[in-house]
Design a protein around this ligand. Structure first.
Ligand code: CMX
Length: 163
C-alpha cells in the first residue's frame, strides 16, 4: 500500500508485521505548463501559421545541437509554443516525424527542484529518459520522462535556475 501526504510517502507491506518506510521529499507541484512542443517538417511553414493565422509573435529561433532540432518560440500567456524541426533524421524529432508525422511531441511542466522531482518520479516507478537534468533551449535545466510511463505522452520537466 502506498499513501501520500504533502511531502512524504509511506509504503507499508504486510509480512508478519507492518513495515513502514517514510521518505521525505521536498517536491512541489508544477507551477504551469512551460511549453508545448510540436514536431514540424518545415519550421518556416509552421511559423507562418502561428504568426498569420493565430497572430502570435515568433520571438526566437534557436538551434539545440544536443537535441538535433531547430526551435521557434511563441508566448501564449505563461506558456510557450515550441516548434521543433529536426536537423537529423536519427534525432528524436526526426524519428518521431518518420513514425507518426507532424503533431504534438511533448508537454513541458515548469518545476522547482528538478532533481527532487526526478527522484520522486523514480520512487513512483516511472521510467526516466534523463536521470539528471541537462541544458535545453532557452538555458533551462530539462529532463524527460519516458512516454511509456506517462500514458503515451512525452513529459518534460523544466527549471529556470537562478544564476
Ligand atoms: N511522444 C509519445 N510517444 C513517443 C514519442 C513522443 N514524443 N517519441 C517516441 N514515442 C514512442 C514511440 O512511438 C514508441 O512507441 P511504440 O513502441 O508503441 O511504437 C516508443 O515511444 C519508443 O520509441 P522508440 O522508437 O523505440 O524510441 P525512440 O528511439 O524513438 O525514442 C524517446 C523515444 C521518447 C525515448 C526519445 O525520443 C527521447 O529520448 N526523447 C527525449 C528528447 C527529445 O524528445 N528531444 C527533442 C525535444 C528537445 C527540446 O524540447 O528542446
Amino acid at each position: 500500500m502506498i499513501k501520500k501526504s504533502e511531502n512524504m510517502i509511506f509504503v507499508s507491506r504486510q509480512s508478519g508485521q507492518n513495515l513502514i518506510f517514510a521518505i521525505n521529499y521536498s517536491i512541489m507541484k508544477p507551477s504551469h505548463i512551460e511549453h508545448i512542443g510540436i514536431a514540424v517538417s518545415d519550421l518556416q511553414v509552421a511559423i507562418d501559421f502561428y504568426e498569420k493565422v493565430l497572430g502570435l509573435n515568433c520571438y526566437k529561433i534557436e538551434e539545440v545541437a544536443d537535441q538535433k532540432v531547430r526551435t521557434a518560440f511563441f508566448m501564449v500567456g505563461d506558456t510557450k509554443i515550441e516548434l521543433l524541426q529536426s536537423t537529423d533524421p536519427e534525432g528524436p524529432v526526426g524519428k518521431f516525424i518518420e513514425k507518426r508525422g507532424e503533431g504534438i511531441h511533448h508537454i513541458a511542466f515548469a518545476v522547482k527542484g528538478i532533481e527532487d522531482q526526478l527522484a520522486h518520479a523514480v520512487s513512483m516507478g516511472v521510467k526516466l529518459i534523463d536521470s539528471a537534468p541537462r541544458k535545453g533551449a532557452e538555458g533551462l535545466d530539462i529532463a524527460f520522462l519516458h512516454p511509456k510511463s506517462a500514458s503515451g505522452v512525452l513529459i518534460e520537466f523544466c527549471e529556470k535556475k537562478e544564476k
